[in-house]
Structures are given as structure tokens and as C-alpha cells.
Design a binder for this molecule. Structure first.
Ligand SMILES: [Zn+2]
Length: 219
């Protein structure tokens, strides 16, 4: 499966693996730990070698009930809640921020400063492997965004059933759709259909009046 990365931020893209939060049956791209590994590979969090290694090591622990996978789903829900609230100008509930902080602390415990050629970078400890690394990368991305200047640029798609979040990088900051081709055009088609329906409703009485006049002439 080809996952979609449209948000301009890793944590938001992770949240977007559910297309429609709040629906009775949500469209969810991640149904198991294996799918999460595939997502992480496509997101560039794992190299091909690392993802193969993970499949080999984790094996049976990549099913839908795997602890690491379930923890990832909780983090995903949390990221969605926090950034959805922020995108509407609200504040995340205190419990959500506390939960995000606990993910963050776990992630930081696995990070160290490493020398890469002639500079220093934050990198994962050697033993930090498995689904947790994916979890931590998402957590760090969420924290980076939360503490950045781009906070006011978080948006939620205006589509009726779409709950995707994204960073609005447009110059005027007026982007409304996750994707104009998908949600923007769907909304346009819907507005057009509605207009046609409304016009038809308004047109009907005139038609009926005409018919009545015609019938009156005919009798
Ligand atoms: Zn959308």
C-alpha cells in the first residue's frame, strides 16, 4: 500500500493514517504493526535494511494486538486530538498534554548526541530499535511542531468527512483543503449539485403554474 504524506509534518501525517476520526467506522490505513513498519519505511524513518531487520526480529509481535502497535495507536489518537484542537484555535485538554509529555520523556531517554562527520546531531541509541523508534520519531516531530513558530499554521481539512491535518505553507495562510484535487473538488461538486437542486426546486412551481395554465386552456 502506498501511504499519503501531505501534511508537511511527520506527526500530522501519522495522525492522517485515519481519514475520518469520529466516523462510525473509520477509514484506517494502519491495521497491524507490519503496516506501521511499512508506513515508517515510506516516511523515511527506517531504511530498507532496518525495516527488514524489524520484520525478522519482531515477527509475531507485529500483529494488530501487539503492545507496541497498540501504544502507537494511542499516540496517534493523542496527536490528532492535540493538533485538531490547536487548528481550531483551541487548547489541548491538560490530560492530553500530560500524556504527550510522558511519550516525550520516553523518547528522550533513547536519544543521544552523536557526532556525524564534522557536526553533532540528535540520534537514536544503538539499542533503540523496533516499533518504539517509530513512536519516538512521531513524538519528537509532534513536540517540535508544538514548540515551533508554525503553531498558527496548523489546519484541518474543511472537507465534510475528511479530518486530515496539515501545515498551511501558502503565502496568505488561507489553505482550506488537505488536497484540492480530492477534498476541494469534492466540495465544489457538492456545491454545484446543491445549486442545481435548489434551482430545480425554485423552477418547479413556475412549471406547475405553466402546466395549470395550459390545462386550463385545454379544457
Ligand atoms: Zn481533506
Amino acid at each position: 500500500m502506498q501511504f499519503e504524506f501531505i501534511a508537511g509534518n511527520l506527526a500530522l501525517d501519522f495522525a492522517n493514517t485515519v481519514h475520518d476520526y469520529g466516523a462510525s467506522v473509520s477509514e484506517d490505513d494502519l491495521k497491524s504493526g507490519s503496516e506501521l513498519v511499512r508506513w515508517a519505511r515510506q516516511a523515511g524513518l527506517l531504511s530498507e535494511r532496518e525495516s527488514q531487520e524489524l520484520y525478522r526480529q519482531a515477527g509475531a509481535n507485529l500483529g494488530p494486538a501487539a503492545t507496541g502497535f497498540q501504544r502507537s495507536l494511542r499516540l496517534r489518537r493523542l496527536v490528532y486530538e492535540v493538533f485538531s484542537d490547536l487548528s481550531h484555535g483551541g487548547r489541548p485538554r491538560p490530560g492530553a498534554l500530560a500524556a504527550l509529555n510522558s511519550y516525550f520523556k520516553q523518547a528522550m531517554a533513547a536519544v543521544s548526541i552523536q557526532r556525524v562527520r564534522d557536526r553533532y546531531e540528535l540520534g537514536w541509541e544503538e539499542n533503540a530499535f523496533g516499533l518504539d523508534r517509530v513512536l519516538w520519531a512521531v513524538t519528537r516531530s509532534a513536540m517540535d511542531l508544538l514548540t515551533s513558530e508554525r503553531l498558527g499554521r496548523i489546519r484541518q481539512c474543511a472537507g465534510d468527512t475528511c479530518t486530515w491535518l496539515f501545515l498551511d505553507t501558502s503565502r496568505n495562510g488561507m489553505r482550506r483543503w488537505c488536497d484540492m484535487e480530492a477534498c476541494g473538488n469534492r466540495a465544489k461538486v457538492r456545491r454545484f449539485r446543491q445549486r442545481v437542486k435548489t434551482e430545480a426546486r425554485h423552477a418547479r412551481p413556475r412549471l406547475e403554474r405553466g402546466d395549470a395554465r395550459r390545462r386550463a386552456r385545454e379544457t
